[in-house]
Design a protein around this ligand. Structure first.
Ligand SMILES: [Fe+2]
Length: 194
């Protein structure tokens, strides 16, 4: 083969090699994209689970706010309302993050009912209401910890959102424990004034 022919052949082989590399890179990118999409779908699903839980918490605390009665429930009523608003804010944060990830916040009441949420227990007395809250709150805290562990490696923004919510859930649990201590073991308040 002449010198010019060798150069041409070398150039052709180099171009072919580059093309193969591009194809390989293209295939790899598609696989990475598919993998990334799966991970984002998983995160959106987790966030929708959390959103459904927050909505149930809003209803629970609002009910407690309206139903708690008696002198010793005065501060608890205010706290229930405050926590209802904070749970609503958690729901809003989750919905915003779902949108940022390209998903849709699921606000369907029917689907929320079918999700595996902490039981919606109402409680008859103030003490029962707070005890039910505390039990539900522990489930929610565990659930946020698990979600944080699941997304920490791949999605630092979602992780920060969840950590912020978890911190406030832990504050709520601590405040519920304080209320129980203040009420004492024998304290019973009427559900409503006759
Ligand atoms: Fe919450």
């Amino acid at each position: 083969m002449k010198k010019g022919g060798i150069v041409k052949e070398a150039t052709r082989l180099a171009e072919e090699k580059t093309l193969h590399a591009r194809v390989r890179r293209g295939g790899g990118a598609a696989m990475i994209l598919r993998d990334k999409t799966k991970k984002v779908d998983m995160v959106v699903n987790l966030l929708n689970e959390a959103l459904a839980t927050e909505i149930v918490c809003v209803f629970r605390y609002k009910r407690h706010h309206f139903m708690a009665a008696g002198l010793s429930s005065f501060s608890a009523k205010a706290e229930f309302l405050q926590h209802a608003m904070e749970e609503q804010a958690h729901g809003n944060q989750l919905a915003e993050r779902i949108l940022q990830l390209g998903g849709e916040p699921n606000l369907s009441p029917e689907e929320s009912l079918n999700r595996n949420l902490p039981e919606y227990a109402e409680g008859e007395t103030l003490r029962e209401m707070i005890t039910e809250d505390l039990m539900a709150k522990r489930i929610v805290i565990d659930s946020y910890r698990e979600m944080i562990a699941a997304v920490a490696a791949n999605d630092s923004t979602t992780c920060r959102v969840l950590e912020g919510i978890l911190a406030q859930e832990e504050e709520h649990a601590a405040e519920r424990k304080c209320l129980l201590k203040i009420l004492g073991p024998e304290s019973k308040c009427p559900r409503s004034i006759p």
